[in-house]
Each structure stands twice: as C-alpha cells, then as structure tokens.
Design a protein around this ligand. Structure first.
Ligand SMILES: *Cc1c(COP(=O)(O)O)cnc(C)c1O
Length: 374
C-alpha cells in the first residue's frame, strides 16, 4: 500500500468481453473507456478539485483557458448573448473577440466592478462570465447579486476562479460553473498547464463532459498526478504566500514611487469588503501602480531585477513581476493612457531579499535613492 494514488497511463483500456467493449460508451461519465476520456488518476484529481471548489463534479482539461473556452462553446450558440466583465483574463477576451464574434455570438463587455447585471440581461443572454478579482486591475464583482439576477433571467453564471481557488466556495453564492487554472497554485511549481471545470449539477456535468470529450481534450495522468501532489500542500502554501504578499503590500503602499497597491486582501483596499464577502483568504498575487507608469519607468524597474523574475503565470514558489497596459485591453472600464500596471507574484524566497530587490527596482524606476531596506 502507498499513501498516494498510482499513475495510470493509458490510451487503451481493456474490456472483458464483446458486449462490454460494444457498450463502452456508457462509461464516459463514470467509468473508463479510453485514456483520453479519463483514467483512475484523472478521475481522482477531478474528485479532489470538486471537493476544494465545493461543487458537484469537475472535469480537467489541458489549460485554464481551455476550461473557459470549452464551457462557452458547449453552452452558447449563434444568436446567443454573452456578458463578460471587462477585466477578464486576456485569453478569454481574445477568444471572445475572435472566435465568438465569428460564430455569431453577441459579446458584451460590462464594467468590471459590477454589482448588478440587470441592465445588460436580454432574452438571448445565455451566459455571464465573471472573473474576480479581475485580470491585473483586480476588481471584485458582487457575485451573489449578479447570480440571482442572471438566474431570474434564465442565464447561467460562469466564474473564472483561478485566483480564489482553495480559498472560496463560489457555489454557495449561486455560481453555476467555476473554471480554474490549475497551472497556478494547484500545480504550484510553474511547470505544467491544466485547467478545471467544476459544476453544480450532474446534468451540467454530463453536458460539459460530453462536449469536452467530443472535442478530444484530455490531460495526461502524469500531469494529473503532479497536480494532486501540489494539492497536498495547497492550504499551507496559500496561507504563506498570502501573509508575505500582505506584508509587502503594506510596505509598498507607503513607498514614495508607488501610487497605489491593489490587493483586495489588504484592509483598506477598495475591494476589501467584497473580498471578505467572497474569499476566505488571499494569495501571493497583487498589482501595483507607480506614480510614473510609463513604459520607460517600467523598463528601468524590471530590467535589473535580481530575485524577482520577469514572467507571466503565478502560483509557484518563485517571485515574478509582469507588466501590462490595461488601457489597450479594456472596452468599457477607464484606465489612464500611458499608465502601465505591474503584477507581482510573491513567492517563498526570503522576504528581506524580496524587499531589497523591490526597493532597488522602484528606486531605478523613480530615479530616487534606494531606501536601503533590510
Ligand atoms: C492563468 C490564468 C488563466 C489561464 O490559465 P492557463 O492554464 O495558463 O491557460 C485563466 N484565467 C486566469 C484568471 C488566469 O490567471
């Protein structure tokens, strides 16, 4: 006997006789018929993800983005209307404005801090895609209020819960489907891509499982095993990342080069009340706006980092810095022209070394003397 489940690698699955083979399609939802559609390893991961999200069942897919695109394609048809918060993940926006528009699906972006979607709901509205906190700018929607309105109008709520995974119970707030980038804290090492679709009902599970299988999307059991290994330490890692990020957020908020720290987990943050309503804790990811948010200043800051690395994605023990230009990636939210935003992922390195690296970088950006923090 062993502590952890074994890795079952399979394309071929064997059947005991002709009838079992010919009836193998009945195994799609609960059993095993072909490696692509599930192995004991991927099914076990799905069970654990559903438990963490507080949902009924989950489906794992090759990436966080695939989770979102598969759900939208499975549920929306030409002529339908879909509402998307303006600060949704860049990949989701790109998919909406290319693929969905081409398919004749009416895409409408709404303010990312929405407390209501009543004004946007139409008879054809099929789906409301929320993401809290929003990508880079970190707005939190009033998820429960929006879910109630959407349901009354016959629409479903899909939430990108990549940030809140492990520290939220979004089904309690009326969300119908949670999509999560397991590439982040679930895997926890920055070394693989995977996503999950967690649903509230068996009907929705069957609809989405059949669609995902039909598109030929599945994950390898080796990767599924790595995510299960990450889940073993998820809670402690999240707490540790969150505590470090909170400490550095406080310190950064009084740094002379910093205009604003956006970390909803921080008391006093403009999204903190909604954070408290919807999340049990934070994590290592937050954003910073500099007084000088020009590309030149951002370059001076990022080029020369010693502990932080430059890169997208997050959730590993490594500290990362990424920059974005929200002005070019929003349809209805306002963001100042020529103002870049920084996204920090606080890893598990020594906090003093992170502070020192940040202080030197901010001083380079602002053209001021370093504070020589310890
Ligand atoms: C990373 C991320 C995704 C995409 O996940 P991938 O696994 O990289 O495709 C989607 N949404 C959010 C909020 C993310 O942070």
């Amino acid at each position: 006997m062993q502590l952890n489940p074994p890795v079952h690698r399979a394309s071929t699955v064997l059947f005991k006789d002709t009838d079992a083979f010919l009836a193998r399609g009945s195994q799609l939802y609960d059993g095993f018929m072909y490696g692509l559609y599930g192995t004991p390893t991927t099914r076990e991961l799905e069970t654990r993800i559903a438990a963490i999200e507080g949902g009924h069942r989950a489906i794992v897919v090759p990436s966080g983005l695939a989770a979102i695109t598969h759900v939208i394609l499975a549920l929306c048809k030409p002529g339908d209307h879909i509402i998307i918060t303006d600060s949704a993940y860049g990949g989701s926006r790109a998919f909406a404005t290319s693929a969905l528009v081409r398919l004749g699906i009416d895409v409408e972006y709404i303010p990312s801090d929405a407390g209501s979607v009543q004004a946007y709901l139409k008879p054809q509205t099929r789906l409301v895609l929320l993401e809290s906190p929003g990508y880079y700018t970190m707005e939190i929607q009033d998820i429960a209020a929006i879910a109630a309105e959407a349901h009354a109008a016959g629409a479903l709520v899909l939430l990108d819960n990549s940030w809140g995974f492990g520290a939220s119970s979004m089904f309690e707030h009326g969300v119908d489907i949670c999509c999560t980038a397991l590439s982040k804290y679930a895997a926890g090492a920055g070394d693989l891509c995977m996503g999950s679709i967690t649903v509230a009902t068996e009907d929705m599970y069957r609809t989405l499982k059949a669609f995902v299988a039909g598109l030929g999307a599945g994950v390898s059991s080796d990767d599924a095993y790595l995510v299960m290994r990450g889940l073993l330490t998820l809670d402690t890692r999240l707490r540790d990342h969150a505590a470090r990020a909170l400490g550095l957020s406080q310190w950064l908020s009084s740094h002379p080069a910093v205009k604003e720290v956006i970390n909803p987990a921080r008391p006093g943050d403009r999204w903190h009340a909604r954070f408290q309503k919807y999340f049990r804790g934070g994590n290592g990811l937050f954003s910073v706006v500099l007084h000088d948010g020009s590309l030149d200043a951002i370059r001076r800051m990022l080029d020369g980092l010693e502990v932080f690395k430059i890169g997208a994605s997050w959730g590993s023990p490594h500290s990362l810095l990424a920059a974005a230009y929200p002005h070019g990636e929003r349809s209805v939210d306002r963001w100042p022209k020529d103002q870049y935003i920084l996204r920090l992922h606080i890893g598990l390195e020594k906090v003093a070394a992170l502070k020192c690296d940040l202080d030197r970088a901010l001083s380079r950006a602002a053209g001021i003397a370093a504070l020589r923090v310890r």
